[in-house]
Write a protein of this length. Structure first.
Length: 375
C-alpha cells in the first residue's frame, strides 16, 4: 500500500524571557535537542492527542520572529526537508536537530547574532501529518494552542536550567498565531502598512499589494520586492511653505529607514519604483551629464538627528539654477560611503561630498542643489 504524503504543520515554542535575561547561547547540541523534543512531544500530546499520528520535528535553535517570518519560511522549509529524510519510526517518530561540533546541520537553522537580544525566543517545530489527518489536526492545533498552549512544568524547568534564563512564559503557538502576534506588534508601533506588505510576501507572494505609509508614502509589494515611491516624488505632492516641506521630507526619510530596516530583517528587498535594488541605499537618476553646464558635484542634505538624509548630484549652469541628475537616500549611516562611491563611479566624478547643513529645497519647494558654488 502506497504511503500517504506528509503535510507539514508549522508550530513554535515561544519563550518570553524575564526582563534583562538573554540566553547564553542560541543553539542546542544534538543530545540536548533530543531531550527537549521528547518533552515537547509529551506536552503537545497532552494538548492534542492526535499529534502522535504525526512526525514531530524540532530545531534546537532560538530565533527571533523576523528570522522565521521570511518569504518561503526558509527555517521551517529546511526543518521539513531534513525531517523527511529520517526513516519513519526512527526515534519513536520524534526527530530533533542540534549542533555537531558547534554547527547546525543546515545554514537556515543557524540563528543570526544580530537578532539574539529580543525579549522573545522561538524554537521552530514541524508536525508532518499524513494527508488523511492533516486538516483535522491543523484545526485542533489552532484551537487548543491559542487557548491553553502553555508548556509543561518539566519543559519550562529544562529550558531555564539549560539556557540559564528565567521565563515569564513558555507556550506553543501555531504559525498563524505567530503571524497574528507580529501583526499586532507592528500595528502597535504605527507600522500596520509594513505588515500589509509582509503578509502579502509571506502568504500570497503571487499577488500584488499596494498600501501607503502613515506619512503618505506609496508602497507596493510586487514580484518578491517592495517598491517605494521616492521621497523626492512624494515631496512634489506635499503642501506647505519651504520650512515645513523640509521638515516633512526629513520625517518621510526617517519613516522609510524604519521600513527598510524591518524589510531587510525579513529578507524582503526594497527598491524605488522603476529603479534597481541596491544594498543599503536607494538611488534615482534623471539624466546624463550636459556639457553646457559645470561639472557635476555631490551635495549632502542633512537633518538634525538623522545625519545625511539625501545626496543630490547636480550641475550648475549660467542661468543660476542647478540641474539635478540624481538623488540618493542612504538607509543607514554605513550606506553613505557606498552611495557616494556609486554616484562618483557612474558619473566619473570626485567623491567629494559638499555638506549643506540643511535640507535644501529650490524655489518650487523641490529637493535641489545650490545655484552658486560652495566655498
Amino acid at each position: 500500500m502506497e504511503a500517504q504524503a506528509l503535510v507539514a504543520l508549522p508550530v513554535v515554542l515561544a519563550l518570553e524571557l524575564s526582563a534583562g535575561d538573554t540566553p547564553a547561547r542560541r543553539t542546542l547540541t544534538r543530545d540536548e535537542a533530543a531531550e527537549l523534543a521528547a518533552l515537547v512531544a509529551a506536552d503537545l500530546h497532552t494538548l492534542v492527542p492526535q499529534v502522535n499520528e504525526a512526525r514531530l520535528a524540532m530545531a534546537g535553535a532560538l530565533f527571533d520572529a523576523v528570522e522565521l517570518l521570511r518569504p518561503g519560511f526558509p527555517v521551517w522549509a529546511t526543518l521539513d526537508e531534513l525531517a523527511r529524510r529520517v526513516p519513519r519510526g526512527h526515534l519513536e517518530n520524534v526527530v530533533a536537530f542540534g549542533t555537531h561540533e558547534g554547527r547546525m546541520p543546515a545554514q537556515p537553522l543557524e540563528p543570526e547574532p544580530a537578532f539574539a537580544d529580543g525579549p522573545m525566543r522561538l524554537l521552530p517545530i514541524s508536525l508532518l501529518a499524513p494527508e488523511s489527518v492533516a486538516e483535522s489536526l491543523a484545526e485542533k492545533l489552532e484551537v487548543e494552542l491559542v487557548g491553553r498552549g502553555e508548556a509543561g512544568a518539566r519543559t519550562a524547568d529544562w529550558l531555564m536550567r539549560v539556557l540559564g534564563v528565567r521565563l515569564e512564559h513558555a507556550r506553543y503557538l501555531s504559525r498563524n498565531d505567530l503571524l497574528a502576534l507580529t501583526c499586532v506588534q507592528y500595528e502597535h508601533v504605527n507600522l500596520a502598512p509594513l505588515w500589509t506588505l509582509l503578509e502579502a510576501a509571506l502568504l500570497t507572494p503571487y499577488r500584488d499589494e499596494a498600501t501607503m505609509s502613515a506619512r503618505g508614502l506609496a508602497l507596493r509589494y510586487h514580484d518578491g520586492k517592495v517598491e517605494a515611491q521616492s521621497p523626492a516624488a512624494w515631496l512634489r505632492t506635499q503642501p506647505g511653505d519651504i520650512s515645513q516641506r523640509a521638515h516633512d521630507f526629513a520625517g518621510v526619510v526617517f519613516e522609510l529607514r524604519q521600513y527598510a530596516a524591518l524589510l531587510d530583517a525579513h529578507h524582503l528587498p526594497l527598491k524605488l519604483v522603476d529603479s534597481a535594488p541596491a544594498s543599503g541605499y536607494l538611488l534615482e537618476t534623471f539624466g546624463d551629464v550636459d556639457a553646457g553646464y559645470d561639472a557635476p558635484a555631490l551635495y549632502a542634505h542633512e537633518a538634525p538627528g538623522l545625519g545625511v538624509v539625501a545626496v543630490t548630484l547636480a550641475q550648475r549652469g549660467n542661468g543660476g539654477r542647478a540641474r539635478v541628475l540624481a538623488h540618493g537616500y542612504p538607509l543607514h549611516p554605513k550606506a553613505l560611503g557606498p552611495l557616494v562611491a556609486e554616484l562618483a563611479d557612474r558619473y566619473r566624478i570626485s567623491t567629494d561630498l559638499h555638506a549643506l547643513g540643511c535640507i535644501l529645497l529650490d524655489p518650487d519647494g523641490q529637493l535641489g542643489a545650490p545655484a552658486e558654488a560652495l566655498h
